[in-house]
Write a protein that binds this ligand. Sequence first.
Ligand SMILES: Cc1ncc(COP(=O)(O)O)c(C=O)c1O
Length: 404
Amino acid sequence: MELNRWRQDFPQLKDNDLIYLDSAASALKPQTVIDTTMNYYRDLSVNIHRGIYDEAYEATRLFEATREAVASFIHAEVDEIIFTRGATAAMNLVALSFGMTNIQKDDEIIVSELEHHSSVLPWQKVATLKQAKLVYIPLDENGRITVENFKKVLTNRTKIVALTYISNVMGYVTPIEAIIQLAHEKKACVIVDAAQAAPHLKIDVKRLDVDFLAIAGHKMLGPTGVGVLYGKKALLDAMEPLELGGEMNEEVNLYHAIWKDAPYKFESGTMPIASVIGLKAAIEYLEKADLVSVENHVKKLRNYAFQQMKKIEGIKIYNPDADSSIIAFNITGVHPHDAASFFAEHRVALRAGHHCAQLIIKWLGIEACLRASFYLYNTYADCDQLVQTTKAAVKFFRSVGFEG
Ligand SMILES: Cc1ncc(COP(=O)(O)O)c(C=O)c1O
């Protein structure tokens, strides 16, 4: 029997034939996250920062304890952590608040074709509204962002650099440390999309000296509906909130109001309390599992699967040298949605489509692709199943007349 010390913690995988290879979309939840989230509903269920009864104090304490846990997880200060609906909301907040205030006509905003839509579309909007210029880093021949190519587009007019830490299609790790240093030499601000990185890499925002960083709770074993925006305190203090409403203000007068300090001015209305509380359990789980061990495991699985997949005739793999957990591929001549249906019939859950990253899909010269992504609960048996099902799919589609 193959040993996987984490798998048993995921109730969904018990007595289930599901081969889950879609963790880059959303990770499954360990029992402790499910329990912590449910306990809030069972024992508390009340709002935070408002009530002066025991349950309200306890819910507030648990909510704020997650802020401390996130801060320590990425080496930030507690008041640099803003809870959002997800990574998308975090990046929109930076662009539409910080970006709209600080970008002027003819300024340059550097992005890449590897971005998830949530990391590029807000900047497209800012660039259009402010008559600024969106500049793309030329990718190298494998579709990677390199420091050399970044230098080619960095200028004295660069004000913003918005980049993914790990690509959700190619699984490449961006050399953000060097990029941040170079950007800061030009006094540009760097926003890092860490939605795919936070589940896999130890992040130290202080060491990176990153200005803003976005995280998605649901990809790192946490509940859906919660993400995090990290921002340097001085930048957050100077930023205007986008959403105005309850609990984000110190004082409201007839014609003006005074906001609370960051992070609270950015958290208006009732927050996803249960999800935030559950996120702490996810962080504790990952810290105990140790991200280095998790990533070692994931890389071994990815390599094991890749070594077999590359021998299969009739498939094309787009990221043979990925750094992280992803295999992006197609069965030649078969639309990935048709292929994914075949995988689904065999209980292999993959993602098919453009992965909300149409720019890299276009760069690859394709319409869409299949994506298998691995995480800590996966096993070598899952990889075998992926390989066997891919072989069976190639055989099946050829037998019904698809050109291989
Ligand atoms: C690289 C990347 N950035 C951002 C996002 C968006 O995250 P969220 O679903 O939390 O808004 C995703 C999700 O697929 C992603 O893979």
